[in-house]
Design a protein around this ligand. Structure first.
Ligand SMILES: [Fe+2]
Length: 194
């Protein structure tokens, strides 16, 4: 994981803006040789240049540092595009409705790529009155367990944190739920459509 802006990111963003090294250099009052050095990994822009550099490239400093370009359109209709970010150090779980640069414990977290529930992570859905009773036949030991279950609908997310030695189960209001997610600390995120 990069901790500082990298040359390839500067180049990609600059070229995306159809800007020459010379044009970028002029905006920052540096030489085009300096820009060339940053882009080829022979030098770093001074920290005082980060803000103007991000501005010239049309992104935020955090995007520049992470190398991620965030572009969200019409977030209001995107609840079902929820993304989950899980910190491998402290176990923190963060949910975003759209794309974001999320960091925890000093690490930039990638969004979890969900896979369909598999044989080792069978998500079982039973309807009990107006709720889904969700269970998984999965270990719940300290080293290997389901650490959360979530039910995503078009208007919100129901989230239940689970713990080792507990049961891999949760109840969710059926109301408009489209997808159930289960996160295994070893194997990642799994989904099942209702
Ligand atoms: Fe697992």
């Amino acid at each position: 994981m990069d901790n500082y802006v990298t040359g390839s990111v500067i180049r990609r963003l600059r070229e995306g803006k159809r800007m020459t090294q010379e044009a970028l250099a002029q905006k920052l009052f540096v030489s085009s040789k300096a820009v060339s050095k940053w882009e080829t990994g022979q030098g770093f822009p001074d920290i005082s240049l980060l803000e103007p550099l991000a501005g010239a490239l049309g992104i935020s400093v955090i995007e520049l540092l992470s190398g991620e370009n965030i572009s969200n359109r019409n977030l209001s209709s995107n609840m079902t595009k929820s993304r989950f970010y899980v910190c491998p150090v402290c176990g923190n779980v963060i949910r975003a409705v759209g794309e974001a640069v999320i960091s925890c414990c000093g690490i930039t977290l990638p969004p979890q790529e969900a896979e369909p529930a598999d044989e080792a992570h069978p998500i079982r859905l039973d309807v009990v009155e107006d709720e889904y009773y969700v269970t998984l036949d999965h270990p719940m030991t300290k080293d290997h367990y389901i650490s959360f279950l979530a039910a995503v609908s078009d208007n919100g997310v129901q989230f239940v944190k689970l713990y080792p030695e507990g049961a891999a189960e949760a109840r969710f209001k059926i109301d408009r739920v489209k997808t159930i997610y289960a996160y295994c600390n070893r194997h990642g995120l799994f989904w099942k459509k209702r």
